[in-house]
Design a protein around this ligand. Structure first.
Ligand SMILES: Cc1cc2nc3c(=O)[nH]c(=O)nc-3n(C[C@H](O)[C@H](O)[C@H](O)COP(=O)(O)O)c2cc1C
Length: 338
């Protein structure tokens, strides 16, 4: 039997070699490949770390997505289950619907699935926060976090999406005013993110100066909600132009690395590198280059596999093994050397 297997493998090699040619232009220039210095990773290879006060088993994060609509409960439950199985952290999708009613509570009630040891954060948009603060209703935010038994709150800052969405909200105050007020009113762990167009250096600095625990990049290059609104049919010429505005995760890593040189205390903030992380080597490269404690976040890629738990498991396992292999055999070149 083993001989037969070997024979068929050799046959594959002859048949497929011609199809397996590479073009020199395709080489991934971001890494030194050093095959000499490690054994293959195993189940026991430890890539765990402390993140947001909890121990996670790999630097991976399921970025905020959904809830409050047909398939969301099943998707969210699978995502929480995979986090539990592999020891990862997760952000909930916008929990706005829970402010008015408990109808969709089961979509978001993931603490019983993910367990108490892993990070799980609630999520609200800056427009809802502004409205809650205007009505002196900030207790609703702490109630929400308590009901979900979440570790804290992610606030998404999405002025472009709100503006281009027909049913979108209008901000009466700048997000930094609202965030500053929020920080003074509630005592919970806060993470701030965009939703797919990233944040410029001035905004990043302002966030680093706030008493929040983490920033999620939600950078340009992946899911883009201005574009999504365009596809939904809310098309104007300026909408199309604005959907191309933003910062890639690579550019944001450069901004953050420049900012940390101005204040070494900034490294007490943790970063979720997300937005257009196409594959695990993208995440590995950015994380190796970022001079902050960080994890790699993905939304669309997890969503792609989330309907079927076995598929989601295999995807997640592939991500974790990919990270271990990268740790073993790759060295990321410094970002400025590219
Ligand atoms: C289906 C879907 C729904 C999303 N909903 C939210 C949301 O409710 N709140 C939020 O902060 N971000 C939301 N996002 C944005 C993601 O968290 C993330 O910032 C963005 O998609 C970039 O990651 P990606 O390129 O890996 O998809 C959503 C993304 C997707 C794909």
């Amino acid at each position: 039997m083993p001989e037969k297997k070997q024979e068929s493998r050799k046959l594959d090699h002859i048949e497929l070699a011609l199809k397996a040619q590479t073009n020199k232009m395709e080489v991934d220039q971001r890494f030194y490949y050093e095959p000499l210095f490690a054994a293959h990773p195993s189940e026991d290879s430890d890539i765990s770390l402390n993140f947001l006060g909890k121990r996670i088993l790999a630097p991976l994060w399921v970025s905020s997505m959904t809830g409050g609509v047909g398939p969301a409960k099943h998707i969210n439950q699978n995502l929480a289950r995979v986090c539990r199985e592999f020891g990862l952290g997760m952000g909930l999708g916008s929990c706005r619907v829970l402010l008015d009613s408990d109808t969709y509570f089961p979509d978001f009630n993931l603490r019983p699935i993910i367990g108490s040891d892993l990070p799980l954060y609630a999520n609200l948009g800056i427009a809802q926060i502004e409205q809650l603060l205007a009505g002196n209703n900030h207790h609703q935010i702490t109630d929400l976090i308590q009901r979900l038994d979440a570790d804290g709150l992610i606030v998404h800052i999405n002025p472009l999406q709100e503006w281009f969405q027909l049913e979108g909200d209008r901000l009466k105050y700048s997000p930094i005013q609202t965030l500053t007020k929020l920080c003074s009113l509630i005592n919970t762990k806060l993470i701030v993110k965009e939703v797919g167009q990233g944040l410029g250096p001035k905004s990043l600095k302002a966030l680093l100066d706030l008493p929040i625990v983490a920033i999620e990049l939600a950078a340009f290059g992946g899911t883009n909600f201005s574009k999504l609104e365009q596809i939904r049919g809310n098309t104007t010429e300026s909408n199309a132009a604005f959907s191309k505005v933003g910062h890639t995760a690579f550019e944001m890593v450069q901004f953050l690395n420049s900012l940390i040189k101005t204040n070494s205390n900034y490294n007490q903030k943790q970063i979720i590198i997300s937005g257009g992380v196409d594959n695990i080597l993208d995440g590995f490269y950015l994380r190796e280059n970022l001079n902050f404690p960080s994890v790699i976040g993905q939304a669309k890629n997890f969503l792609n596999h989330a309907e079927n738990y076995e598929e989601l498991r295999l995807f997640t396992m592939g991500q974790i093994n990919g990270l271990k292999m990268a740790n073993a055999f790759l060295i990321a070149k410094e970002e400025r050397s590219l």
